[in-house]
Design a binder for this molecule. Sequence first.
Ligand SMILES: [Zn+2]
Ligand SMILES: [Zn+2]
Length: 279
Amino acid sequence: MTLTDYHTHLRPDDPDASPKEFFTERNLVRYVERAAERDIGELGFAEHVYRFQESLTVWRHPLWLENAVDRLDDYVEFILQMREAGYPVKLGLELDFVPGRESELRSIVEERPFDYVIGSVHFIADRAVDHEDYDAWRLAEPDQVWREYFSTLASAAASGLFDVLAHPDLVKVWGAGRPAPDSKLRTFYELAIDAIAAADLAIEVSTAGLRKPVAELYPSRELLSMCVEVGKPISLSSDAHEPDQIGYGYDQALETLREVGVDQIAVFDRRKRREEELG
Ligand SMILES: [Zn+2]
Ligand SMILES: [Zn+2]
């Protein structure tokens, strides 16, 4: 029986949160201990690519320019050292999909010993679906935001860059805080489901949505069912940005997974996926 928490961050999103303060044995141990307390046998870190200087070879968005301070290899080296010291942790990366920059994205991950790469879509063009400073809704109608989000998600799935597709309906993050689209949500999911079906990747069930205004799991039950119907393996994570969030909301996630018939969970080593019994 296996539980995973692969999509976690060692530090908060604050641009001032430095590796010196957070990429330390003392901080990592807090995550390891919390995972053990919650029976999570597979713990991994997936720092945001845009915190690292190397991301600027991919994209020079203002948010990235503000955040791209650290060196990716220092992070990689830190996790490998912790592993050598005996901590059972996996090395991952949360890599934003940037359309048209596939080869730059590929060279960031290919040269490094990641256990898994989590692909996420936070932006449609240069507007964010989940960041108020670059708000996508200010320039477009809700239906257009949802359409572009799921079209971009389809391209991310089809890119072959990723082992896991993160928080698949992140576009709903604000809940009632943004206008809802007129069309049925399924019409947007359908923009991505064929690409998801054809892609060799796992779909992330993320409890982060429970902590956001929408107060729901990512993805919605309907989208999750569609992914399960087309045979996608499932990855389970909290998107923790602090130790207390490790395994957050897993009771609810496990109940939902059981209800849609999922009893296996995806596990990764050096970008090879296998499935283990979920529990
Ligand atoms: Zn994300
Ligand atoms: Zn994340």
